[in-house]
Design a protein around this ligand. Sequence first.
Ligand SMILES: Cc1cc2nc3c(=O)[nH]c(=O)nc-3n(C[C@H](O)[C@H](O)[C@H](O)COP(=O)(O)OP(=O)(O)OC[C@H]3O[C@@H](n4cnc5c(N)ncnc54)[C@H](O)[C@@H]3O)c2cc1C
Length: 378
Amino acid sequence: MMDFDVIIVGGGIAGSITARDSANGGLKTLLVEREKTPREKACSGIQFPYFERIIGEKIPRERLCNVELNKVKMYYPDGKSFGAGFQMINFMRKPFDDWLNQIAIRDGAEFRDQCIFTGFETKGEAIEVTLSNKGITETLTTNYLIDASGLNPAVRKLMRPEDFASISKGATINYYIDGDGDLDRNTLYQFWNLDWNDAMFAWAYMKTLDDGKDYWVVGTGCNTGRVLDRQKLLYDFFKKEFNFNGEIVKREGYSHSIDLSSDEKVWLGMDNILMVGDAAGLIDASRGVGMDAAALSGRLVAQALVKGGSVMKEYSRLMKPLALQTMRNQSREIGVHKNNEDMQKYLEKSMMSQGLDMMVQATLNKFRPLHKMVMLPP
Ligand SMILES: Cc1cc2nc3c(=O)[nH]c(=O)nc-3n(C[C@H](O)[C@H](O)[C@H](O)COP(=O)(O)OP(=O)(O)OC[C@H]3O[C@@H](n4cnc5c(N)ncnc54)[C@H](O)[C@@H]3O)c2cc1C
């Protein structure tokens, strides 16, 4: 007898959804989260309306930010801008992930926070998982181990250290600012400029912090160079362009060492140890998002677990369209542009067709089975 059918490492999006669905399918499920919950997570917390279909339930209003985002405005490197109406879901990860943890518990998963995965050993069919639970070390047996521990994935790092560099391979930074300028509160601003961000676009939008008040968030990221230097360039532009005045009340940073240029960035695991979400390499900088893919992989791995039999084979089959889309997108992230002029030409040329494709795929996604959904932007 094993202690659990499934042990899931990481109580973020992929882990909580996997736990909820596994428990719902009758599997004895343990979800462990390193941090004390509710925990913060550096993330823009913006998704498309199809996210609720992927999750499989409606997000309660009180878990969302006060401000609804329904427009996008893109700034090109030459300063020209382009705007369009577009509905989005806007939330902070702290209340949102807390809700996901609660729905996993509601459906029968056992949840432990401040519980850190530290190692595992396979013994025939069984996996012995070592956890440090509020400082006390414990070893538990399970049939399946799921790595849902994000972009610094604890299990994958032990299994495939070659996927990781010894230095940071990417970093992001956000300033939360109490201030105002000539900005529209319902707009997500995207700033496309390789000097400000060489991984994707830089951003600004409005978010609600724990005090219930709304703040502008200005942030960027990079794969090379110093993120603070890029953030300075961006923030100087932002203040000037929008006559913005304000006081920075919170700074949030994030870095990871997964090698985004590795051929096998998308890796779904081996035998009875499976990867989901960012741990599986599903973050997609060409789309600028990853929570949809994380949630979808959680749903699909749970489907495979509940079905039983050859779980790895079934999970790989279900994940094929998402894995292919992610790998294709990763090969055309903005690092492929030689310079800002090159990127501007590409953006101008592809804007119209991408907008149309987005509308078509969003409509088709309403009817597709989960595993055939196309992530947006396609
Ligand atoms: C700055 C930034 C902005 C982003 N903005 C967006 C956005 O607007 N929209 C979007 O869709 N995506 C966005 N993303 C991507 C998104 O955050 C990820 O794709 C998503 O969080 C992946 O979910 P996950 O469940 O795989 O991992 P995570 O959400 O990272 O969850 C992993 C969990 O595992 C826990 N953990 C780690 N190690 C251990 C361990 N050893 N033991 C136990 N627990 C452990 C962590 O504490 C964490 O809670 C953004 C990412 C960044 C960095």
